[in-house]
Design a protein around this ligand. Structure first.
Ligand code: ADP
Ligand code: MG
Length: 253
């Protein structure tokens, strides 16, 4: 059995909107396995991003526990959370936040832990990772405005994994990309998973969800469905799609 890398106990997250309490996540119990590519799906507004933020220490839960490799993080201060995230988490978002006045390579290196920032080994690692995403030497010195959306997102992914995070978190990583660029980004993420990267990704896109090994369905503040798949590429694509579609239909997607 794979070990549990991330766990919640009775997780609750509420927001006060115009004086009205909105309970978005309600007593949610969840275990995420190391090495899995876990996908969180659900209707728009069901709380997928809210859950991802609570799992990754981007935001604090209202109640309940979040355990990251057995360490409880829900009571961490903002400073403690920032240190924790830098050491353990990588993030990829729908909007791509690259620094416009820094080159591709420097953008990746800004994500590195300060202690290693100027080491030649780290620069080599950054270059190797960038190459694996399909970028080449000439691209390393380009600025973000010289990149396509798909290239920029691939740089964002390299920056997210430069510190070998325990978990890579992604929120609609292909949401702003055209279909061809989206596939390239998905290929990079799938490749990282194949190499052992644990991933937790939020999406409403079937093509993206097909890359996962486990699809969780979020509704009414809880996980109401759990669909397990073989690693991408190891089963029949059509059958995989049919099974996932059937699961999602059953969930009322
Ligand atoms: N910071 C916030 N303040 C107030 N309400 C929020 C906040 N973040 C999310 N919500 C509310 O929580 C609900 C779920 O939002 P979200 O997690 O973004 O859903 P999803 O990602 O599934 O589309 C929405 O109704 C949203 O308005
Ligand atoms: Mg969202």
């Amino acid at each position: 059995m794979a070990s549990i890398i991330l766990k919640t106990e009775k997780l609750c997250k509420s927001f006060s909107n115009g004086g009205v309490q909105q309970h978005v996540i309600k007593n949610l119990d969840l275990e995420i396995r190391e090495g899995d590519f876990t996908v969180i799906m659900g209707a728009s507004g069901s709380g997928k991003s809210t859950l991802l933020y609570a799992l990754s220490g981007m935001d604090k839960p209202s109640m309940g526990k979040v355990l990251f490799s057995d360490t409880e993080i829900q009571d961490y201060s903002n400073d403690e959370l920032a240190i924790f995230r830098r050491k353990n988490c990588g993030f990829v978002f729908q909007s791509i936040y690259l620094l416009e006045n820094q080159t591709v390579l420097d953008n990746v290196l800004t994500g590195a832990l300060i202690a290693q920032k100027n080491s030649p080994a780290l620069v080599n690692k950054a270059k190797e990772l960038l190459k694996k995403t399909g970028l080449n030497e000439e691209d390393f010195q380009k600025y973000p405005n010289q990149l396509s959306g798909g290239e920029a997102q691939r740089v964002g992914i390299v920056r997210a994994v430069i510190n070998d995070p325990k978990v890579l978190f992604a929120d609609e990583p292909t949401g702003q990309l055209n279909s061809a660029s989206g596939v390239e980004v998905l290929n990079v993420i799938t490749e990282l998973h194949k190499k052992g990267q644990s991933i937790v990704l939020v999406t409403h896109d079937l093509k993206t969800a097909l890359r996962g090994t486990r699809v969780l369905y979020l509704r009414d503040g809880g996980i109401v469905g759990d669909h397990v798949m073989a690693p991408y590429g190891q089963d029949d694509e059509k059958e995989r799609r049919n099974k996932l579609t059937a699961f999602l239909e059953e969930m009322g997607w």
